[in-house]
Write a protein of this length. Structure first.
Length: 135
């Protein structure tokens, strides 16, 4: 089971528009469910929660993996758990600083500036998972 939890970027976009940035890409990687916060009421095939903490609590049967530029393990060295809830913040919100202790992973880039959009980071993490499963 693979689920992805993220936060709507309400400052620059609406959930109905942002949904497409997440949903089409996640389907290609076989993600079972998209969980987003906060509740917007867009009524698409996305489960909404009041916060990422609530999304994690409601998915306690999955191993939470926080994706953040300050994560403990570099993505290239990370072993993906089988049943996972990948948790992404948003441009101005780091899940690592605010959520319960969990596995954390970082995507190393040339500048290490942490300027990836969460849906971009999700694509990179899920591609890494897929490639490692094929090896």
């Amino acid at each position: 089971m693979i689920k992805v939890a993220g936060m709507w970027e309400l400052g620059w976009n609406t959930p109905i528009m942002e949904y497409d940035l997440w949903a089409f890409m996640l389907r290609d990687f076989g993600v079972d469910e998209i969980c987003m916060a906060p509740v917007s009421g867009i009524r698409k095939d996305v489960r909404e929660f009041s916060s990422l903490e609530e999304a994690m609590a409601k998915n306690a049967d999955l191993v939470p993996v926080l994706v953040d530029e300050k994560g403990e393990v570099a993505l290239q060295d990370f072993k993906h758990p089988e049943n996972t809830l990948y948790v992404f913040g948003k441009a101005s919100y780091s899940p690592l600083a605010r959520l319960p202790k969990a596995l954390s992973v970082r995507i190393e880039t040339a500048t290490a500036s942490g300027l990836l959009w969460p849906h971009q980071a999700a694509a990179i993490v899920l591609y890494d998972r897929q490639v490692k499963q094929w090896q």
